[in-house]
Design a protein around this ligand. Structure first.
Ligand SMILES: C[S@@+](CC[C@H](N)C(=O)[O-])C[C@H]1O[C@@H](n2cnc3c(N)ncnc32)[C@H](O)[C@@H]1O
Length: 198
């Protein structure tokens, strides 16, 4: 059962369309989003701070707060300043938790006013990301260095071909990054999340 605040947030298809646009997800149907993304919450197994790398308008973070029972303190970075502006509006009491910053500049988290380390980091791996690339593997290591001891990095793999998502997991394994766990959205869906515990 969603909180009243959340029910108000998603009360019209126009609101949903705008919220999902800010998450780069093209639909005005909340159910379509829920079916595609709610399964991520299975990887959230403790409370604390959560950094969404490429947070868009922060709607995924807001949904994760509703989709499971562990209290989460949201943080987000994105290269798109318009999205960060929207995330600040979505979390008015935590607007300082969002900053325009690239995954390539995580060393600037603290100067951007955000913590250096997090209980959870979530990253919707971009379609052009290639874990066979040394540069991309270095960035993955850097991302992991911002997870607190006892924390977890969650990677979302949402390529529309299931096989391609499994290939990404296999790339990670073959380069010495075997995930500590992974879950597929329902058997007829392609989305996968995998995670690394620290
Ligand atoms: C598909 S959206 C993901 C939104 C949200 N995290 C989710 O999972 O629904 C990807 C976001 O990553 C952002 N992005 C792309 N390249 C980035 C980079 N190098 N560093 C940080 N964010 C980036 C885009 O601006 C976009 O908002």
């Amino acid at each position: 059962m969603y909180s009243q605040d959340f029910q108000n947030l998603i009360s019209t298809s126009d609101k949903i369309l705008s919220l999902l646009e800010g998450s780069s997800f093209h639909s005005d149907d909340f159910l379509v989003w829920e079916v595609a993304r709610k399964f991520i919450s299975q990887a959230v197994t403790h409370s604390g701070t959560i950094l969404d790398i490429g947070c868009g308008n922060g709607f995924l973070l807001r949904c994760l707060q509703e989709w499971q029972n562990y209290p989460l303190i949201p943080y987000g970075i994105d290269t798109n300043s318009e999205f960060i502006g929207k995330a600040k509006l979505l979390f008015p009491n935590q607007s300082q938790n969002f900053a325009v910053l690239s995954i390539e500049n995580l060393d600037k988290l603290v100067s951007a006013g955000l913590p250096d380390k997090y209980d959870l980091i979530y990253w919707n791996v971009w379609d052009n990301w290639d874990f066979d690339s040394d540069r991309h593997l270095e960035i993955l290591k850097d991302v992991m260095s911002h997870v607190r001891p006892g924390g977890r990095l969650i990677l979302g793999l949402y390529y529309t071909e299931s096989q391609y998502n499994l290939e990404k997991v296999n790339q990670l394994k073959s380069h010495g990054f075997p995930p500590d766990g992974m879950t597929k959205n329902s058997p007829d869906k392609w989305e996968i999340v995998c995670w690394f515990d620290k």
